[in-house]
Structure formats: structure tokens, C-alpha cells
Design a protein around this ligand. Sequence first.
Ligand SMILES: Cc1cc2nc3c(=O)[nH]c(=O)nc-3n(C[C@H](O)[C@H](O)[C@H](O)COP(=O)(O)OP(=O)(O)OC[C@H]3O[C@@H](n4cnc5c(N)ncnc54)[C@H](O)[C@@H]3O)c2cc1C
Length: 382
Amino acid sequence: MRVWSEEQERLRESFAAVFAACGEGHLERDRSAEFSHAQWKLLAEAGLLRLPFGTEWGGSGQDLLTTMYVLEGLGYGCRDSGLNFAVSTHVVSTGIPVQRFGSAELKARYLPGICDGSAIGAHAITERTGGSDAAAMRMTAIARGDSYVLNGEKRFISSGPVADLFLVYAKTDPEQGAFGMTAFVVERDTPGLTVGPPIDKMGLRTSPFCDVTFDDCVVPAANVVGRPGRGFFILDHVMKWEILCSFIISVGAMRHRMERCAEFARSRTQFGAAIGSCQLIADKIVDMRIGVETAAKWLYDTAERFVSGADVMVDIAIAKLLASEANLRSAADAVQVFGARGYLTEYGIEKELRDATGGTIYSGTSEIQRDKIARMLGIQRT
Ligand SMILES: Cc1cc2nc3c(=O)[nH]c(=O)nc-3n(C[C@H](O)[C@H](O)[C@H](O)COP(=O)(O)OP(=O)(O)OC[C@H]3O[C@@H](n4cnc5c(N)ncnc54)[C@H](O)[C@@H]3O)c2cc1C
């Protein structure tokens, strides 16, 4: 197991009370599919949203691994998985591309609001035609003087209903396919941008999502992130951060769930003995432990290789598959360990199963990760 420094442990511990407070009321909010601005503010004031950003923009300058370690604490301590998902979307999918690829002007304009949480971030890639095949997106951004005119529709945009900033990917040169894609920061109140109503969904219900349409939406050329045509490389970088950070949050949730199941298995008796003494129940909890440790190891090791500049394409695919599928399996097993109680909404166990399901779809589905691994093995795919 990884050994963290005292400083890293102290940093994570400093958030523990806030994380617990941010989970309060999560079952009611899940029912009403409500994003909590109050709890978002608590996380922002505690400094969580600043972690990986430079101090010159109001960040706290932490490295990727330290950021992940604190985010694992978020998953462990805060039961509002939708809120936790919104943190990852904001910090990683919106803030990181601006910090890594944005101009000095873009960073100065947007990073302070991302760090202090006053400008909630979302990112918009998916479209009706371009889901797993993001390069099949049809949204265009046509250069006109010092601006680009955006037209198209994005789907399933997490935090969209509450977002102030959108990191949008569009085709500036449709003929070039993936290499004709450009990333933009677009402010919510830009004329021509319309945020659709929240779409009801199965899990992560406190992170509302919606469609966003762009109808002759004029965005200054200064809002291009990186260089025109480099959107695909930005997306590739962001996906690595997104997988590492959002699934380390899942690892924290898995660890919490495993401890909860172990406690229940020790205290619930049937046939005159604790149910944990039944090997079939104990095995489920043992598998949860193996899942959580394996996912944590793959995510942290991959992060270490990523920051050292190694090619982590396959490692990322394996880490994502492992973590998302271990989370789903552990959540399904937790329902079984808790019996009918696991099936009741009041225990919050069934909610974890609904929340975990999304993880095998966003950031590249399980099938797409397997496909990547198969391709790297040289197995031909149609
Ligand atoms: C909770 C959640 C949050 C999301 N948040 C965002 C967001 O903030 N921003 C955003 O832009 N998008 C977001 N998405 C959308 C997400 O990125 C897409 O759902 C995902 O990329 C899959 O696209 P799709 O749903 O169109 O499925 P499709 O691509 O249509 O796939 C349907 C099925 O076919 C399989 N499939 C497709 N191609 C292949 C292939 N070549 N080989 C094998 N199987 C294949 C898939 O694995 C899947 O099982 C979110 C989705 C979810 C569930």
C-alpha cells in the first residue's frame, strides 16, 4: 500500500469534517434530484476546489497525487456522490484544461472563479451522433473575424443546469475529423447558448445534467483553449485526469461501503450467528477489499507514471475498467449483504448501486476501454 507523508495526511484530514457535513441530507436531495449550492459553498470555502491550481490564480498548488489522495477522502467521507461528481467535473474537466493549455489571459479570467467555486464548471463533448465516438461530433465553430460562431447541440452535460462556464469541444475544421476539433471556454450567458431543462436519470441525481444548444453563439477567439485544431489532444489529456480523479473518488466510496458491510456482517445475526460467519457473505466483503485495493493501486500507480511522462494509454484503460467495474460489483454485493435493508432507500445502499452504474458509461464505456486494450494487443477489431 502507498505511504503518504504526514503533510498529505494532515491535508486530507483537514477536510474530514466538511466532507461529512456535505453528505448530510443526501438521500432527500437524491429523491428530488437537487444540487446543493450550500454544500458546494462549504467545499469551496474549505479550499477543495483550489487543490491542483497554481497559487497565482488562487489555487493551492498541489500535485496530481496529493489532489487524488484528498479526493479519495471526499469519496470516503461525503455520501453525496452527485456532489462529488460535480467537484470532479468542475476541477478536472473544466479547470485543468484551462490551466494546462489556456492562454495567460484565459487563466487570469477564469481560474480564480474556478478555484473559489464562484463559477461552476461543466464540459460538453457528447452529441447525438458523437457518443463513444467523440470525433463524430457535428457541432461546428466557424471562424469569423476575432470570433468563432458555434452551432450544434451537446447532450448529457453534467452540472449543465447549474454551470456558469462550459468547456466546449467543436469542429473548427470538419474535414479534418478528430484533428479539426477545438476547445473553447463559453460563459453561460453568452447569447445563443441555451441550457435545457434537467434530464431525470438513474443515479448521481444530485449532479443534474441536461442538453445545451448553441445557435449562432459568438465566442471570442481569445476563448480558444490551446491552439485551434488541438481539441482532441486536450480532450485526451483531460480524460486521463478525469479518470484518475473521478475514480479515486469512487475508491473512497468503495472503502466506506466495504467498512459498512463488514460492520453489518458482524452485527446482524441469523440462524444464531453473525451473517459474516457465513463464507458466502464474508467472500463478498473480501472481494470488496480486493476491488478497492486493486483499483487504488492502479489509479495511483498510473498517476505516478502519467506525471513522469510515460505513455499510460493502456494503464488508464485498465485503471478505469477495474475501478468502475469493482465499484459496480461492490455496490451490487452490498445490496445483497444488507438483504431487504439494502433494497430500501433509507439505508442509501441501493442509491450507491444506481450511482456506481454511471461509472461504466462516462469517461469512456467499459466496452470502449476493452476495445482500447484489445487494439494495443494488436487484436483486429471492426
Ligand atoms: C452519468 C453520466 C454523466 C455524463 N456527463 C457528461 C458530461 O459532463 N459531458 C459530456 O460531454 N458527456 C457526458 N456524458 C455522456 C457520456 O460521455 C456518454 O454517454 C458516453 O461517451 C457514451 O456515449 P453514448 O451514451 O452515446 O453511448 P454509445 O456510444 O451510443 O454506445 C452505446 C453502447 O454501444 C457500445 N459501443 C459503442 N461503440 C462501440 C465499439 N466500437 N465497440 C464496442 N462497443 C461499443 C457502448 O459501450 C455502449 O454500451 C455522461 C454520461 C453519464 C452516464
